[in-house]
Design a protein around this ligand. Structure first.
Ligand code: ADP
Ligand code: MG
Ligand code: ZN
Length: 451
C-alpha cells in the first residue's frame, strides 16, 4: 500500500504557475531567475500557509535545474537536482528551522560551510524558516555572512513576524510580502485538489472551509485533508460543519442573543448544546466574534453609539478569549466563564436602562460589593456627547471606558490594559471636550479595572 501523503505535502506548488496568488513575488523572482539577476538574500514575510517556503524551494530548484528552458523560470522537475530537491535530499538546499533550536548551531555550522562550493548545481540555497526566532548571536553570525556573501550562495529568510528581524538584516535583503489568500483563491485551489483526488465536495462546504481557513492556504488544504478520508460519497455543508466542529450560524446567533440580552442561564444551556453536539470551542468563539462584529458594524452605521460601545466591549472580550482558548487544552470552563460574565454585565446594563439612577453600576469595577457611585445617568449622557465630538480613531480608545464623575474628577475605568494605555496617550484630544462639559478645573483619572 502506498504511504499516505497528506494533501498539504502532495499539493505543494512545484512550479511558479502552480503557486496561487503572490503575483508580485512570483513575477519578480521569475524575472530575476531568467535574467540571472538573483539577489544574495531574500526576506519572505507574511502570514502562515501563504506559500513562503514553497516559493523559496521553487527559487532553489529553478537556480540549480539543468533542464530549465533559457527563457523560462520554471524548474523541469525531472533532472537530478530537481528530483533531489523535491525529495528533500539535495545537498545544495539547506533548510534551517529557527524555531526548533533558535538556529545557533546551524548558523555556526553555516559560517564554516558557506564558503565551500555547492555539491551539484551552481548555487547553494539556505532557507531559514521562522527567521524571527533566531537568537541575537545567530543574527550576528548571519549578518557577517550577509555582508560578504560568497557568489554561489542565496539566502531566503522566511518569517511570519518581519518586525522581529533586525533592520540591519532586513537592509541586506530583498523583501517580498506574501498576502493572505482570498476566499475565491482558496475555493479555486480546493476545487482543483478535489477534482484531482476525485472527491465530491459541495460548493457550500468549500466556502465554509475557505472562510474557516482565514486566508491560509495551508489551513484550507489541511481542513480538506481531514474531510476526505471520512467522506463516503460527497462532502456536504452539513457534514463539513459537523466534522470541523463548526456550529450552525443560526445557533451561534441565538447564543449571541442570549449573551447580549443578559440571559446567562440560557446562554450556558445553548453553549452546552453546541458543545455536546461536537462544536469546537475555538470555532464557537470565532463564530461569536464574527456575529458580534457584524452587529457592531450595523450599530455604527445607524449611529447607535450606546449599542456600538457595548458591542465593542463584548468583541474585545471575545478577542481576548480567542487568544486564551488557543492556549488551553480544555478551554470549556474558560468559555463558559467569559460568556456568563458578559451576559451578567449585559444584564445589568439592560436593567439600568429600564430602571435608571441613582447608581450607574451595580458592582464596583473590581467586582466587589455594591458601592453607591456618584455617577448619574446624566453624566453618562454627557460622556456620550464627549465621545461624539472625538474623531473616530481617538474615540476608539475611549469606547471601553466606564465614566464616573466625582466632584471635579472624571474617573474613567478601563477593562483592557491596551485601551487604558492608548486612552492616556491620546488624552490631549479628550481634555478640551471634558473641560467644556465639566468645567476648567476638571481632572481626569485613568484607571484600570484589571489591576
Ligand atoms: N500560494 C500557494 N499556492 C498553493 N498552495 C499553497 C500556497 N501557499 C500554501 N500552500 C499550501 O500550503 C502548504 C504550506 O505552504 P508553505 O509554502 O509552507 O507556506 P508558508 O511557508 O507561507 O507557511 C503547501 O504545501 C501547499 O499545500
Ligand atoms: Mg513555511
Ligand atoms: Zn530540473
Amino acid at each position: 500500500m502506498p504511504e499516505y501523503q497528506s494533501l498539504y505535502r502532495k499539493y505543494r506548488s512545484q512550479t511558479f504557475a502552480d503557486l496561487v496568488g503572490q503575483d508580485a513575488a512570483s513575477r519578480a523572482l521569475q524575472g530575476a531567475i531568467i535574467s540571472s539577476r538573483v539577489a544574495h538574500a531574500y526576506l519572505f514575510s507574511g502570514s502562515r500557509g501563504t506559500g513562503k517556503t514553497s516559493a523559496a524551494r521553487l527559487l532553489a530548484k529553478a537556480l540549480n535545474c539543468t533542464g530549465r528552458a533559457r527563457d523560462s523560470a520554471e524548474p523541469c522537475n525531472r533532472c537530478q537536482s530537481c528530483v533531489e530537491m523535491t525529495a528533500g535530499s539535495a545537498l545544495d538546499l539547506i533548510e534551517i528551522d529557527a524555531a526548533s533550536n533558535r538556529g545557533i548551531d546551524e548558523i555556526r555550522d553555516l559560517r564554516e560551510k558557506v564558503n565551500l562550493a555547492p555539491a551539484l548545481g551552481p548555487y547553494k540555497v539556505y532557507i531559514i524558516d521562522e527567521a524571527h526566532m533566531l537568537t541575537e548571536p545567530a543574527f550576528n553570525a548571519l549578518l557577517k555572512t550577509l555582508e560578504e556573501p560568497p557568489a554561489h550562495v542565496v539566502f531566503v529568510l522566511c518569517t511570519t513576524d518581519a518586525q522581529k528581524i533586525p533592520l540591519t538584516v532586513i537592509g541586506r535583503c530583498q523583501q517580498f510580502v506574501f498576502r493572505r489568500h482570498s476566499e475565491e483563491q482558496i475555493v479555486g485551489r480546493l476545487t482543483h485538489i478535489a477534482k484531482t483526488e476525485k472527491v465530491q465536495v459541495d460548493a457550500a462546504a468549500m466556502e465554509l472551509i475557505a472562510r474557516t481557513a482565514q486566508g491560509s492556504m495551508r489551513d484550507a488544504v489541511g481542513l480538506l485533508d481531514q474531510l476526505v478520508p471520512l467522506a463516503s460519497d460527497s462532502i456536504s455543508l452539513e457534514s463539513a460543519r459537523s466534522l470541523l466542529g463548526i456550529a450552525d450560524p443560526r445557533v451561534l446567533d441565538s447564543l449571541l442573543d442570549h449573551v447580549l440580552g443578559g440571559e446567562a442561564a440560557e446562554a450556558l444551556a445553548e453553549l452546552n448544546r453546541i458543545y455536546s453536539s461536537g462544536g469546537e470551542l475555538r470555532q464557537v468563539v470565532r463564530g461569536l466574534m464574527e456575529g458580534c462584529r457584524d452587529r457592531l458594524v450595523a450599530a455604527l452605521t445607524k449611529h447607535d453609539q450606546p449599542t456600538a460601545r457595548r458591542l465593542s466591549g463584548v468583541l474585545d472580550a471575545l478577542l481576548h478569549l480567542d487568544g486564551e482558548v488557543r492556549r488551553h487544552a480544555e478551554p470549556r470552563f474558560l468559555v463558559e466563564a467569559t460568556l456568563a460574565r458578559l451576559a451578567v454585565e449585559a444584564g445589568t446594563v439592560v436593567e439600568q436602562v429600564n430602571a435608571p439612577p441613582p447608581g450607574l453600576r451595580a458592582a464596583s469595577p473590581q467586582g466587589g460589593e455594591v458601592t453607591s457611585s456618584p455617577t448619574t445617568a446624566q453624566s453618562v449622557s454627557g460622556w456620550s456627547e464627549v465621545l461624539e465630538k472625538l474623531n473616530r480613531t481617538v474615540r476608539a480608545a475611549y469606547l471601553d471606558a466606564q465614566p464616573e464623575v466625582d466632584g471635579s474628577v472624571l474617573v474613567l475605568w478601563f477593562r483592557y490594559g491596551f485601551h487604558h494605555k492608548k486612552a492616556q496617550e491620546q488624552s490631549a484630544q479628550l481634555i478640551p471636550h471634558v473641560r467644556a462639559w465639566l468645567g476648567d478645573d476638571v481632572k481626569i483619572d485613568f484607571r484600570s479595572t484589571a489591576a
